[in-house]
Design a protein around this ligand. Structure first.
Ligand code: NZQ
Ligand code: ZN
Length: 388
């Protein structure tokens, strides 16, 4: 196991109707002038936004509002949010929505305390401070409610890039599984796929003797494989929604990634797809992850065989473990299809002729991508081709 630091200070408030305590927690965490940030309207339609506002008003907390975050959130609204924060002396940001809203909030929180362009942090500038961000989560997916990350697309060039830093971990996150029952099935499935991908980016590693995190990863994957079909068949099933909601958090706050090298190339390959075609992140991952696996599995057949046996219940073929490894990948693909995910380029309306452009915006040059196998531009091109 590698040495590691793990600092995960988010306070989680989990369960039914807990969003009504938003005002109490904003106060506890020092918010006096709040920007409520939200997406395209699902929180207005469900009445959630009104309940949150009532809760803040009951505590006498000043708030301003900014809605309109799009999935794959854009820089334009971030600039607007930063302007509001500076003009109105905002000291706290409350994200009400999914990963896109939370990530946009984190970007605003960075820019509000910075004189330069917030985009600097998405080009690698070290993050030292940000306004406190809290979340009220409405979709189990990105894990941004407990993560150090924020992913934004800059409209100038449509570059989708991530910023990471401990200062971006939310100070508190309210997780009420009931809030996810209004999700269209497609979004539930995209979310489940994203969570699985967060675990698998960590699972396929070159670090040895990491049994504890291997077992945590496998437990989270087994949970999603069991609970996602239940939530899809019965969207109002509280228990499956609850299990998925906590799975999404533990999949990405890094408790199952510490002490091991992590890969993350499938995510970067996907970010190029969602930037170019504006597809849901989870759907893009359903296409890219199996393609990546098929390409890199010979690097460590036994790790893929372990994945097949422990996660998918495949039988170990000791004579030819690559058969077991391949079966595991096939099972993953079948599962993704069964929950309604695309697994090939055409299903995303992605085109083979765009591959050179996708590789170019990835901007690898002479560098490599990932850590399980260090991928060159040639490898990356081959993986995109496998996804056709
Ligand atoms: O905008 P509204 O109207 O709220 O609709 C959203 C949106 O259309 C809808 N939705 C959310 N909750 C709902 C609901 N509809 C009905 N009922 C509800 N309860 O679902 C759609 C998708 O929402 P979005 O926030 O985009 O989903 P998600 O949480 O999957 O976030 C995706 C973004 O997160 C980034 C992705 O790249 C993508 O941009 N990621 C962020 C990470 C992080 N910060 O740590 C890590 C991830 O790997 C990921 O890259
Ligand atoms: Zn993701």
């Amino acid at each position: 196991m590698n040495n590691f630091n793990f600092y995960s200070p988010t306070f989680f408030v989990f369960g039914k109707e807990r969003e009504n305590e938003a005002g109490k927690y904003v106060k506890r965490f020092g918010g006096t002038r709040v920007l409520i940030h939200y997406g395209g309207g699902s929180v207005c339609k469900s009445g959630l936004l009104d309940r949150v506002k009532e809760s803040l008003t009951a505590e006498g907390i000043y708030f301003s509002e900014l809605g309109g975050v799009k999935p794959n959130p854009r820089s334009g609204l971030v600039y607007k949010g930063i302007e509001i924060c500076k003009k109105e002396n905002i000291d706290f940001i409350l994200a009400v929505g999914g990963g896109s809203t939370i990530d946009s909030s984190k970007a605003i929180a960075l820019g509000a305390l910075y004189e330069g362009d917030f985009w600097d942090f998405y080009e690698g500038k070290r993050i030292d401070k940000a306004l406190p961000v809290a979340t009220i989560l409405t979709i189990s997916a990105a894990g941004s409610e407990g993560s150090t990350g924020s992913v934004i697309t800059h409209e100038n060039g449509m570059l989708k890039r991530a910023a990471n830093g401990d200062a971006l971990r939310p100070v508190f996150s309210i997780l009420n599984p009931e809030l996810t029952v209004t999700l269209p099935n497609y979004q539930t499935a995209c979310g489940a796929t994203d969570m699985m991908a967060h675990v698998m980016e960590r699972y396929f590693t070159n670090t040895k003797d990491i049994e504890i995190t291997d077992r945590l990863c496998e437990g989270i994957l087994l949970t999603i494989i069991k609970e996602a079909p239940k939530a899809l068949a019965n969207p109002t099933d509280y228990e499956s929604r609850a299990n998925l909601m906590w799975a999404g958090m533990v999949a990405h706050n890094d408790i199952c990634g510490v002490g091991r090298d992590q890969d993350w190339s499938s995510h970067q390959l996907e970010h190029e797809l969602s930037a170019l075609y504006d597809v849901a992140h989870g759907a893009g991952l359903a296409v890219m992850f199996p393609a990546w696996m098929k390409y890199v599995m010979y690097h460590d057949v036994m790790r893929f065989a372990q994945f097949a046996v422990r996660v998918w219940g495949c039988e170990m073929d000791y004579q030819q473990p690559e058969n077991t490894a391949r079966q595991g990948i096939a099972k993953l693909e079948q599962f993704l299809i069964s929950i309604g995910m695309p697994v090939r380029f055409a299903e995303l309306n992605a085109k083979a002729e765009d591959i050179p452009a996708l590789v170019k915006t990835l901007g690898l040059g002479n560098q490599t991508l990932g850590s399980f196998v260090k991928l060159t531009e040639k490898d990356v091109t081959a993986i995109y081709k496998l996804a056709i």
